[in-house]
Design a protein around this ligand. Structure first.
Ligand code: F6P
Length: 364
């Protein structure tokens, strides 16, 4: 079947921001406008932009000049913007309602032939459901967590690793000077990719990931063993989703009807236990949203750019209801259904875990 003629393409970014989003926006605009002569409509603040006034604007080549090195997203984002569970105030009460019809109507009203949705699993899940209802969507995966299984890597991850690794390097010198145990808590939700990669890159002694529940006694034994052999400091990298064997992850808040609860606090909990059980001075640094900021690395700029160009090519081919993905060295497309089927978590018997263990790193 021949691809339908394209005149207008929308683009939005949803969910938590990450470095590389502007590279995607720039690539979509430059290719769609420059190569195909289409009109690009920028939609602000995720799906909210399709539901509220004054949140859409044409994006031309001039609008994307100079944004490649910038973190964040020039379009803004929202991580409570699921159109199937939208929040509103009615008669002083918060109500949750399905606004998917309004989104579909907005796509028609704006005469969008395709909508490029850049997001993580939540945004892409909503994109899939909208595509099932007939919306002409191409997804682009993003997240520092690297937890989308249909792509080998997401952009944002590499920049977050640089931030986390630099932090571990800096904490090494102060840990050594003070003979302390330094714990670095990193993001990643229920996947340990940031912790495992940054832990190996930063030479951590202990790496705690959600996929491998840990025993605090093994952690303490590692600290004592290092102490006995003259290494009076230790570095621990803890993923925010890590949990003790038989225990639960630590949350900062309970969440609400719209938002999942936020992980956070395991690093300080581990520090307290180490002080108590080993008598060591332990300090925790929570890197938090620092990991989502900053200028994207060359890898993330290139991957975001490749994804953006590939998304436009998919639209040109009439290949809709898909997400662009990196498989090996190639950019390809997968169906949105496959894209959101499962979260990618660390393989506990995999080569990376075995590499860490080969170095003597305690993981569980
Ligand atoms: O998914 C990206 C991420 O940064 C996670 O690593 C983290 O758990 C979460 O988002 C934090 O969300 P928020 O920005 O709402 O605090």
């Amino acid at each position: 079947m021949a691809a339908k003629a394209v005149a207008n393409v929308g683009i939005l970014t949803g969910g938590g921001d990450c470095p590389g989003l502007n590279a995607v926006i720039r690539a979509v605009v430059k290719t769609a406008v420059g190569e195909y002569g289409w009109r690009v409509i920028g939609i602000e603040d995720g799906f909210d932009g399709l539901l509220e006034q004054d949140k859409v604007c044409p994006l031309g080549i001039d609008d994307v000049r100079g944004i490649l090195p910038r973190g964040g997203t020039i379009l803004g984002t929202a991580n409570h913007g699921n159109p199937f569970a939208r929040c509103a105030q009615r008669n002083g009460e918060t109500v949750i309602y399905d606004a998917s019809d309004e989104v579909l109507n907005a796509i028609k009203d704006l005469r969008l032939d395709a909508l490029v949705v850049v997001g993580g699993d939540g945004t892409l899940g909503a994109a899939k459901d909208l595509a099932d209802l007939g919306a002409p969507i191409v997804g682009v995966p993003k997240t520092i967590d690297n937890d989308i299984s249909a792509t080998d890597v997401t952009f944002g991850f590499d920049t977050a690793l640089v931030t986390a690794t630099e932090a571990i390097d800096k904490l090494h010198t102060t840990a050594e000077s003070h003979h302390r145990v330094m714990i670095v808590e990193v993001m990643g939700r229920n996947a340990g990719w940031i912790a495992l990669h940054a832990g190996i890159a930063g030479g951590a002694d202990v790496i705690l990931i959600p996929e491998l529940p840990f025993d605090i006694n093994s952690v303490c034994e590692k600290i004592r063993e290092r102490d006995r052999t003259g290494r009076k400091f230790s570095i621990i990298v803890a993923a925010e989703g890590a949990a003790p064997r038989g225990g639960q992850p630590v949350y900062q808040d309970k969440g609400d009807a719209l938002r999942q609860s936020h992980l956070g606090g395991i690093g300080n909990a581990v520090a307290r236990q180490i002080a108590e059980l080993c008598g060591a001075e332990a300090r925790c640094t929570v890197l938090g949203h620092l990991q989502r900021g900053g200028s994207p690395t060359p890898f993330d700029r290139i991957l975001g750019t490749r994804f953006g160009v590939a998304a436009v090519r998919a639209v040109a081919e009439g290949n809709l209801g898909v997400m662009v993905a990196l498989r090996g060295a190639q950019i390809t497309t997968v169906t949105l259904a496959d894209a959101v089927r499962q979260t990618k978590r660390v393989d506990t018997d995999g080569e990376l875990v075995r590499t860490a263990k080969g170095l003597g790193v305690v993981l569980g």
